[in-house]
Design a binder for this molecule. Structure first.
Ligand SMILES: Cc1cc2nc3c(=O)[nH]c(=O)nc-3n(C[C@H](O)[C@H](O)[C@H](O)COP(=O)(O)O)c2cc1C
Length: 236
């Protein structure tokens, strides 16, 4: 298939184009090798933790760009790739994001969240102050595109946007972690302010703010447990 952009893909869809195929580049492996790789990957991912205390050490832009390229490889409804990653390293922009996020979070922790939600968060020790939004070298605001725009300016429907953005964000977090960076999945609530600060149109909705960088030297994280296989799966 030629290098189709989003607009091309939309047009192809609306004219009911014939599918074009290419050979699948699939790596066939022996079961023992597959198991070892699966175990190695789990061990890698087991070392990922949400970090809320960052060092201000710089991270080269190309590392972030590679992680975003990986995120953009995620599957998406009808391959519409309905996402925009706003990558922020400018201290002035980060400061604006911190001010706006803390304003929302102050109201959230002061009661807007409700007692049940605050109770669910209590073991994490989080609060309204978000110093990391300025300390961490990178903030990646992940936007979902509620709809697309065809070459002729027409609105086109996007399918499964939250699901697609969630999967792409998972790819992003895994890619950043694999590169040797710490991340925080942050969801200041609500986060409409990110549209204005990041210059994104109304048609896009901010889903998550991924904070990326190095952990502070003395970084500590909440001691938590993950559910076991039996608790998260059924086998039929
Ligand atoms: C959708 C989503 C939203 C989250 N929002 C926040 C947040 O706003 N602030 C925060 O400190 N952590 C946030 N987290 C991080 C979770 O608290 C964290 O993933 C959880 O406690 C498990 O810890 P771990 O990531 O170290 O395994 C969020 C995580 C997810 C998946």
């Amino acid at each position: 298939m030629r290098g189709a952009g989003i607009a091309d893909a939309v047009i192809m869809e609306t004219v009911m184009a014939e599918p074009v195929y290419e050979p699948l580049a699939f790596a066939w492996r022996e079961p023992a090798d597959m198991l070892r790789r699966a175990q190695d990957f789990r061990a890698l991912m087991a070392r990922r933790r949400t970090v809320r205390d960052f060092d201000n050490r710089a991270v080269p832009r190309e590392i972030i760009a590679e992680a975003v390229r990986t995120a953009a490889l995620a599957p998406s409804g009808a391959n519409q790739q309905p996402w925009t990653f706003a990558c922020v390293s400018d201290p002035a922009v980060k400061a604006r994001i911190r001010v706006a996020a803390e304003e929302e979070e102050k109201a959230f922790y002061a009661g807007r969240a409700g007692a049940e939600w605050l109770d669910a968060l209590s073991h994490l020790g989080t609060g309204w102050q978000k110093l990391f939004l300025e300390t961490a070298p990178w903030l990646i605001a992940v936007f979902g595109q509620r709809h697309g725009v065809a070459a002729d300016g027409r609105r086109t429907k996007h399918y499964y946007v939250p699901e697609s953005v969630g999967i792409a964000t998972g790819f992003l977090i895994a890619a950043l972690h694999n590169a040797g960076l710490a991340t925080l999945t942050h969801t200041p609530s609500p986060m409409g302010f990110l549209n204005e600060i990041c210059g994104r149109p109304e048609s896009e909705k901010a889903y998550v703010l991924v904070v990326a960088g190095f952990p502070a030297r003395d970084c500590r994280v909440p001691k938590i447990a993950k559910k076991a296989l039996d608790d998260v799966s059924v086998w039929l």
